[in-house]
Write a protein that binds this ligand. Structure first.
Ligand SMILES: [Zn+2]
Length: 100
């Protein structure tokens, strides 16, 4: 499925929907969830859309697996960072800890 619009708003909606679908399908079919993530990434790249903040932490930037806390992802804090460990490829991602 190739997505051709240049419209970032539509792309953003599409990405959001794909992440929602990935979340829904994950428990039944994690592989399909991964495919949704890859598709969402493709769509975002096509229109030069930066991944919305909330979605960045929901997939592994190394292997693009959909990540679900406590299932295939471990979350730890380390100083001022939150460290996500992808249990699929064992790589880490660091995000600055949100300050309140
Ligand atoms: Zn990974």
């Amino acid at each position: 499925m190739i997505y051709k619009t240049k419209n970032k708003d539509i792309a953003r909606e599409r990405v959001k929907t794909l992440f929602e679908q990935a979340e829904e399908i994950f428990s039944e079919d994690p592989k399909l969830a991964d495919r949704y993530v890859k598709l969402a990434r493709k769509i975002a790249m096509k229109v030069n859309l930066r991944m919305p903040r909330g979605f960045k932490r929901r997939f592994c930037k190394h292997c693009y697996s959909y990540l679900k806390h406590g299932v295939n992802c471990r979350v730890r804090t380390q100083g001022d960072n939150i460290v996500y460990t992808c249990l699929v490829c064992k790589n880490h991602m660091r995000f600055p800890l949100a300050r309140k």
